[in-house]
Design a protein around this ligand. Structure first.
Ligand SMILES: [Zn+2]
Length: 140
């Protein structure tokens, strides 16, 4: 199918098949993650907070114990800002965001859906937008 034949994406969120343990990788392949995803791609969303709006990735949720860095831990760079609570990781070679430990729920990582091997993030359809400007941790 040529690019012009693609239909506009107006459909709601679609189920995308993933393996129970699915491999994720950065662009250069140095960083490899194994994600245990018994419920598939959970809670995928885009976000308009200051960092998400710039990186543009769809992030989904996984508990801390269900994300294992199986290669390239030494290549991961950590970026923190503002409250210095969330931990944003990216590959120091290719620069791709792989995952982050959340500020809103430190028991969870968000991970980059586009890093899942063999998964096209556009197959998810329309992904909800998270209100990152009004972060739950900034509300009193
Ligand atoms: Zn890389």
């Amino acid at each position: 199918m040529s690019r012009n034949e693609k239909l506009p994406r107006t459909s709601p969120l679609k189920p995308v098949h993933v393996n129970p343990v699915h491999r994720a990788s950065c662009h250069c392949g140095a960083v490899q993650l194994d994600l245990t995803l018994p419920n598939g791609i959970e809670d995928p969303r885009r976000c308009d907070c200051s960092i998400c709006r710039r990186r543009g990735a769809i992030a989904a949720s996984v508990s801390l114990k269900n994300l294992k860095v199986v290669a390239g831990a030494e290549q991961l760079r950590l970026y923190q800002f503002n409250s210095m609570t969330a931990k944003h990781y990216f590959c120091g070679i290719c620069g791709i965001y792989t995952h982050h430990q959340r500020r809103s729920n430190p028991e969870e990582y968000g991970y980059n859906v586009a890093c899942l091997e063999g998964i096209n993030p556009y197959d998810l359809g329309e992904v909800p937008l998270n209100d990152g400007i009004n972060h739950p941790s900034d509300r009193i």
